[in-house]
Design a protein around this ligand. Structure first.
Ligand SMILES: [Zn+2]
Length: 466
């Protein structure tokens, strides 16, 4: 691919990852064609080892709320122990949790041996309405695909809804929970990077552990007192330092602009031995692939998910733009204010592909259904939520002003952190602050970026930062 232009390379990569899937790429190390950053989260994968789908035909009852999970995983014996606090209400007569391919050994309900049934990937424990503590001992399986504990890579990955392969859970992102976490069963010379406690409600897929011969580097402390670290694999420090040179300043901007971070006072990037490009919002210690460690975008993007995606969760997978679009926008703001590269230039190049006539990757960024799609199989799992989403906000900032939009995004975050929301809620929340004389321009931005399939013809101008 030497000598290929960036555009050709992007197209080529996408061709290689055909079937409507996309690759999130970091160009510089592969092509030598510049320092541009591109891409954020991981490429989508098939999950052939489970039959799970996002559009659950038999979701756990809405009257059930998982409050917290105290989890212990032993990576040597592959044994797990989870104590799940669940509140059921109304006419509930049982607790329902996903248990994926776990092999259950004991179940106690409120301290007493429980009768339970496991059907397919779900456990049902009869229980009257009220608050309960479910204590489960089990074995979990190693996975080669992205659906649980991956011993080859030394890390867990359960986005979007494979938490049941690690611990009994409700994978519904609307049902956030807190965690305490403990990991054993790894060699003394290795480091396991994981949060021992997540005290604010998080989506079920956020929890992760990575085990490797890590070197931790202290990058600095933000104004709010958050310590920022970098964990690199042997040989990875130079790339990691390159990609994080504006990370502390960027994280500081996010805290100062949008509101206090909710997942603790120590954060950072963990180099993940993925075979692919991208990163994952495993707060407070988010993951970045080795190939993406030079990318300033990937570090700040995963960090920014602490505000949107993790801090404010998705009501349903159709709201992916609330996570990826908002995160891409505020990541762009954070780097722009920290002396980093202009991410919107990269976003426009993505749009050059998405918005081309007949592009197979284009889709509508804000579907109107809720809970009706399997995100891994739906066209929405594309760059559209990222790029049309980010450009929607950039366009709106041209209408009402960047600082005004920052204040709105801060208010929305602070009102919804720890809870779930819809992209449509954000659209209406902004609308309430738009002056009457700008309303037509705002409505047009909503239409062309979020509701229409076709991109606006002047997409590049409307998504240019400034
Ligand atoms: Zn993301």
């Amino acid at each position: 691919m030497a000598g290929a232009s960036r555009r050709e390379y992007l197209g080529l990569v996408r061709t290689l990852f055909a079937c409507g899937r996309f690759a999130l790429v970091v160009l510089a190390p592969l092509t030598g064609c510049g320092t541009a950053d591109t891409g954020a989260d991981r490429p989508p994968r098939q999950h052939p080892d489970t039959g799970d789908t996002g559009a659950d035909p038999d979701p756990v009852p809405a009257s059930q709320d998982v409050i917290s999970t105290d989890l212990h995983l032993d990576l040597k014996s592959l044994k797990g122990h989870a104590v799940v606090t669940v509140v059921t209400a109304g006419d509930a007569d049982a607790i329902h949790l996903k248990v994926g391919d776990l092999v259950i050994s004991t179940v106690k309900l409120d301290g007493a041996d429980a009768e339970y049934t496991v059907i397919d990937d779900r456990i049902k424990v009869p229980a009257a309405a009220g608050s309960h503590e479910l204590d489960v001992n089990y074995s979990f399986s190693a996975h080669e695909e992205w659906a649980g504990w991956m011993p080859k890579e030394g890390l867990t990955f359960d986005w979007p809804y494979f938490c049941g392969n690690l611990f009994p859970c409700n994978p519904d992102t609307a049902d956030g929970l807190t965690f305490t976490f403990d990991v054993t069963g790894y060699a003394d010379e290795m480091t396991a990077v994981y949060p021992t406690e997540i005290a604010a409600e998080a989506p079920p897929y956020m929890l992760a552990v990575a085990v490797a011969d890590f070197t931790e580097t202290d990058l600095g402390t933000t104004t709010a007192g958050t310590d920022v670290s970098l964990w690199t694999l042997p040989g990875g420090l130079d790339n990691g330092l390159q990609g994080t040179k504006n990370l502390v300043a960027g994280f500081d901007f996010l805290e100062q602009t949008y509101g206090p971070y909710s997942f603790g006072d120590h954060v950072g990037t963990v180099e993940a031995a993925w075979s692919d490009l991208g990163g994952m919002e495993h707060h407070p210690y988010w993951h970045s692939s080795t190939e993406s460690m030079r990318s300033e975008e990937v570090h700040i993007h995963e960090a920014a998910h602490g505000w949107y995606g993790d801090g404010v969760r998705l009501e349903c997978w159709e709201d992916l733009t609330l996570s990826e679009g908002t995160t891409s926008y505020i990541a762009g703001r954070a780097l722009a204010e920290s002396g980093g590269p202009d991410l919107f230039e990269t976003y426009i190049e993505e749009l050059d592909y998405l918005c081309a006539d007949g592009s197979p990757a284009n889709t509508i960024a804000m579907p109107t259904t809720c809970g009706a799609i399997d995100i891994l199989e739906d066209p929405l799992w594309s760059m559209v939520p990222y790029m049309k989403g980010a450009c929607f906000y950039e366009d709106v900032s041209h209408v009402i002003g960047t600082e005004a939009l920052d204040l709105i995004l801060a208010d929305f975050y602070q009102q919804h952190v720890g809870g779930a929301a819809r992209m449509g809620d954000m659209v209406e929340f902004i609308r309430a602050e738009v002056p009457a004389e700008q309303m037509a321009a705002y409505d047009d931005a909503v239409k062309v970026w979020l509701e229409d399939l076709a991109c606006p013809s002047d997409y590049a101008e409307r998504c240019t930062a400034g």
